[in-house]
Design a protein around this ligand. Structure first.
Ligand SMILES: [Mg+2]
Length: 214
C-alpha cells in the first residue's frame, strides 16, 4: 500500500482559473483596465504571495479605502466560490485508491483556507488525509512534511510518489526526500538543474495513470 502524496493548488484543484475569474470580475467592478489582470496574476504568484500583501498591493495601486481585511475576505470567498473538484480528478483518485494507493494531500498554506477548499469541494471524500504547512510547522520543499504525511496515515514513506506543479516545492521536496515525482508542467519547461522530476505530464489524471503504470 504505497502513498500518493499530492499537492493541492493547481494539482488536485485548479486555482489559476478561479483566481483569474475572480480577478477579472473584481477589476471590472472597480473600473480598472481589463489588462490589469496580468499585474494581479503576477502579484498573486500562483497564491505564493501572502493574502494580506496581495490586498495591500491592490489598495495601493487603485487608492482603495476598503480595509485590507475586507479585501482578503473578498479574495478568499471569491476564489473559493469558483473552485470545483473536477469529476475526472475524483475518478482518478478513486481508481488509485482501488489499486491500493493511499492519496494524501500535502500543501503549503493557511489551514483555514486550504481545509475549506478540501472540504467544500468534496475532495475530503477522495483522500485519506491532508497535511497543511501552517499546522505542520514545516513547508515543502522541506522533506519533513512528507514524513509527517506518512505518519498521519501510519504508513511508511518508502515507495511513495510525489505529484505536484511546483518545481521548487513539490519536485525539489521529493528530491530532498529521495522520492520519485511527477511534475504537472502547465505549459512550462523544466529548467532547474539541481533536480528533475521522474516523470512530466500535463495534468493530474495523467499523473495518476503514470504512477499506477509503475
Ligand atoms: Mg501547486
Amino acid at each position: 500500500m504505497p502513498l500518493l502524496l499530492l499537492d493541492l493548488d493547481n494539482t488536485l484543484l485548479d486555482r489559476d482559473g478561479p483566481f483569474r475569474a475572480w480577478g477579472e470580475a473584481f477589476l471590472a467592478g472597480i473600473g480598472a483596465p481589463p489588462a490589469d489582470i496580468d499585474w494581479l496574476l503576477s502579484v498573486d504568484a500562483d497564491g505564493l504571495t501572502d493574502r494580506w500583501d496581495v490586498a495591500d498591493a491592490i489598495r495601493d495601486r487603485y487608492g482603495l479605502r476598503v480595509p485590507s481585511i475586507d479585501l482578503v475576505d473578498e479574495l478568499h470567498d471569491g476564489v473559493m466560490a469558483k473552485t470545483r473538484l473536477d469529476p475526472l480528478v475524483a475518478c482518478a483518485l478513486r481508481i488509485a485508491d482501488d489499486a491500493g494507493w493511499v492519496p494524501v494531500v500535502v500543501t503549503n498554506g493557511v489551514v483555514r483556507q486550504q481545509e475549506a477548499k478540501i472540504r467544500r469541494t468534496g475532495l475530503d471524500r477522495y483522500v485519506a488525509d491532508w497535511v497543511i504547512s501552517e499546522e505542520a510547522g514545516v513547508s515543502k520543499p522541506n522533506p519533513r512534511i512528507f514524513a509527517l504525511a506518512a505518519q498521519r496515515v501510519r504508513m511508511p514513506l518508502r515507495g511513495a510518489w510525489v505529484v505536484g506543479d511546483s518545481p521548487e516545492a513539490d519536485i525539489g521536496g521529493a528530491s530532498a526526500a529521495g522520492l520519485p515525482s511527477v511534475w504537472l508542467h502547465r505549459g512550462r519547461r523544466w529548467s532547474d538543474t539541481r533536480f528533475a522530476p521522474t516523470r512530466t505530464v500535463d495534468g493530474l489524471i495523467a499523473a495518476v495513470a503514470t504512477v499506477l503504470a509503475g
